[in-house]
Write a protein that binds this ligand. Structure first.
Ligand code: MTE
Ligand code: MO
Length: 314
């Protein structure tokens, strides 16, 4: 469907499948190879932390799916977090280097009461809920993840968005000391939502999964989850949330604008230029299952897009 002009070919090559970054290079680039050598090849592992702190008490959510959850192991070892390498197993190996304390999240822009929140304040900000959501990656796989978090709306309302605010921009942490220095994407990774999408009750900030504090590879200490959109909208390790008048640029759209649109709603009828989005493979299963419109959340979110051409606004 989308025809690429020659000038677009290079950025369009930047895809999860075309990317290659071997582990040695990652370690060398971040200076971890020496450190690893010094301790006899033992590598920093996020799970070395062992007992993740339990979160709770957790309220159950009516938005949770009753589908079988993807196992903890797969959820925490098969990840996309390109700042820590582009292979699925890289984040669990490398993200342990990220210090998640101290950490603040600045909520700013077109707001009456812009504020900086300490992460420990965010953990107590609103009653924590367990939200068991279907997640769908544009690469064609999906998972069911029991997140722990609270609606983004409760945080946004606290800063009192101005009438001129139409969008929300999310900026993530970037530290070349512990993250990849390869310009795989234009770091820091950024994303955006329309204000009504950001205020939708399904949109949550998550601080945990499986009842425990979020592992670094899943976006600690705080990460967005928007279950009706492709996974790349659910940005990890957020440091700034900005209310804006104009539609914000997004990291993947900047890298390949014909392939990753601003909306990125899960849509089995609109293929990625190089892959069908009609079916998906649930991690842990062999068979393919049909992908559902808005990832199965159409009843809750379709009205947000009434009258919009979802092919033009992909
Ligand atoms: N900062 C940041 N956030 C990110 C990504 C990333 O590379 N960097 N990858 C995205 C993609 S493509 C997906 S599918 C999900 C994966 O989340 P998970 O590893 O917790 O399943 O995180 C998203 N958030
Ligand atoms: Mo993804």
């Amino acid at each position: 469907m989308l025809i690429q002009r020659p000038s677009d070919i290079l950025p369009s090559e930047i895809t999860p499948h075309a990317l290659f970054e071997d582990r040695r290079r990652f370690l060398r680039d971040t200076g971890l190879l020496l450190a690893a050598g010094a301790i006899g090849g033992a590598l920093p592992r996020a799970e070395a932390a062992g007992a993740a702190a339990k979160l709770g008490p957790l309220a159950a959510s009516p938005f949770s799916t009753g589908e079988e959850k993807t196992g903890y192991k797969a959820v925490t070892t098969y990840n996309n977090f390109y700042e820590f390498g582009t292979d699925k197993g890289d984040p669990v190996e490398n993200a342990g280097r990220l210090a998640t304390r101290p950490w603040t999240v600045r909520v700013e822009g077109l707001a009456g009461k812009p504020r900086t929140f300490d992460i420990d304040e965010l953990l107590r900000f609103a009653p924590l809920e367990e939200r068991i959501y279907r997640m769908r990656c544009v690469e064609g796989w999906s998972m069911v993840i029991p997140w722990v978090g609270f609606p983004l709306a409760s945080l946004l309302k606290r800063v009192e968005p101005l009438g001129s605010a139409k969008y929300v921009e999310f900026v993530t942490h970037y530290d070349p000391q512990v993250m990849s220095r390869r310009q795989v994407l234009d770091w820091p990774y950024t994303e955006g939502l329309r204000l009504d999408e950001a205020l939708h009750p399904l949109t949550i900030l998550t601080v945990g999964l499986y009842g425990e504090v979020l592992p670094n590879q899943n976006g600690a200490p705080v990460r967005l989850v928007v279950p009706w959109k492709y996974g790349f909208k659910s940005v990890k390790s957020i440091v700034t949330i900005r209310l804006t008048e104009k539609q914000p640029a997004t990291a993947w759209n900047k890298a390949a604008r014909h392939e990753y649109g601003f909306y990125s709603n899960v849509n089995p009828q609109v293929d990625h230029p190089r892959w069908s989005q009609a079916t998906e493979r649930r991690i842990g299963e062999i068979r393919k299952r049909p992908t559902l419109m808005f990832n199965g959340y159409a009843e809750q979110v379709a009205s947000l897009y009434q009258g919009m051409d979802l092919r033009a606004n992909f």
